[in-house]
Design a protein around this ligand. Structure first.
Ligand SMILES: *Cc1c(COP(=O)(O)O)cnc(C)c1O
Length: 352
């Protein structure tokens, strides 16, 4: 730490991203990336932008915003594109949480980091013993509520009915639904932004659209809320989404078949992997995402499992956090990746 750092940042603990190893022999199942490359249509669209990189990107992101709005049957004024959904979340925490932020004890780690960065008071609401959100626990809270649905790292989803329940508890309180994983089996509430002006939906191209490295996220909300967020975006970095990513976003939305095929493969691989791990004696939580929360084995702690997988060049995620420290989070990779994971798991269990 230098002597120049503002004291308000002295104690900030930043988000810890999953490791990004350089070795190619590693099977990477730790950051919920897609095992599939972007589609050919996306790759060609990105290539076409290269000769125009002397120009600034379109700050309105119009082509991509139109493609997203049309695909969801929403008006363009209800969509804002950002540099990954982490940037969407940063803007919402920064500008739309004046009474603080409330979120579950086990959820996306960035919510805590952004609250700390912007000095936002937080209210942490424990999930129930089965890691589910009980909407009654949010009754009476005034803070902006942040719910990842499906949740990470549990993989468990909340019904649309429950989301509506949260919206109706207080029409003057904002509810942010982070739908990073919704395409893998959750119930989206994107259509409800036409009905509820206290709903913000956050989405990303990083997980289900095979574009984590392109950094594309978006917000769906009432057009006045979008205008507020635009004000923040234009005060921070009007060009935060680059031309290559804008082209990738539009092409990806237009290539629905590739998107659906990839998701279908992931879901099938998820079902096979979950069954196999259950048969080996692990508890596997119900997943509506592209990852599995796996643990509570009688003969193997989660930490040991994580470390032994790593020794075998398989990287998964371990969270040393009280309620989930006996689980590892395993991203669903390709069929071959998962077969290898299962084979290595058998070997590990034999040695126990
Ligand atoms: C991965 C993830 C994000 C962030 O995605 P980016 O668009 O890559 O910034 C947001 N929310 C949750 C719950 C995630 O798991």
């Amino acid at each position: 730490m230098s002597k120049y750092l503002d004291k308000k940042l002295k104690h900030l603990i930043p988000y810890t991203p999953g490791e990004q190893p350089k070795r190619d022999r590693i099977i990477k199942l730790n950051t919920n990336e897609s095992p599939f490359p972007p589609s050919n249509a996306v790759i060609s669209a990105v290539k076409e932008t290269l000769s125009t990189l002397n120009l600034y990107s379109d700050s309105t992101c119009d082509a991509a915003v139109t493609a997203i709005a049309d695909s969801l049957g929403l008006d363009k004024s209800r969509v804002l594109l950002t540099n990954g959904s982490d940037e969407s979340l940063a803007f919402i925490f920064y500008g739309l949480s004046p009474k603080g932020a409330a979120f579950p004890d086990i959820t996306y780690g960035f919510y805590r980091v952004l609250s700390d960065l912007y000095n936002i008071q937080t209210r942490v609401v424990p999930l129930d013993p089965r890691f589910r959100v009980n909407i009654e626990d949010y009754k009476g809270l005034q803070q902006t509520i942040y719910i990842a649905n499906p949740n990470a790292p549990t993989g468990i989803s909340l019904s649309k009915n429950d989301i509506v329940g949260l919206l109706l508890q207080n029409p003057d309180r904002l509810l942010v639904v982070d739908e990073a994983y919704v395409d893998f089996g959750g119930e989206s509430v994107a259509d409800l932004v036409d009905k509820f002006d206290n709903l913000i939906v956050v989405r990303t191209f990083s997980k289900s659209r095979n574009l984590a490295g392109a950094r594309i996220g978006f917000v769906l909300a009432d057009s006045e809320v979008i205008k507020d967020l635009q004000k923040i975006k234009y005060s921070f970095n009007p060009y935060s989404v680059n031309s290559m990513s804008l082209a990738a976003a539009k092409a990806s939305i237009q290539d629905q078949k590739y998107f659906l095929d990839c998701i279908d493969t992931i879901k099938k691989t998820r079902a096979l992997t979950a069954k196999s791990l259950t048969d080996k004696g692990f508890l596997v939580l119900d997943s509506s995402t592209n990852f599995l929360m796996v643990g509570q084995h009688k003969r193997l702690t989660a930490k040991d499992y994580y470390e032994k997988l790593k020794q075998n060049n398989i990287l998964v995620r371990y969270f040393a956090q009280e309620r989930i420290k006996d689980f590892v989070r395993i991203t669903i990779g390709s069929k071959e990746n998962m077969e290898q994971l299962l084979a290595v798991t058998d070997n590990i269990l034999k040695g126990q």
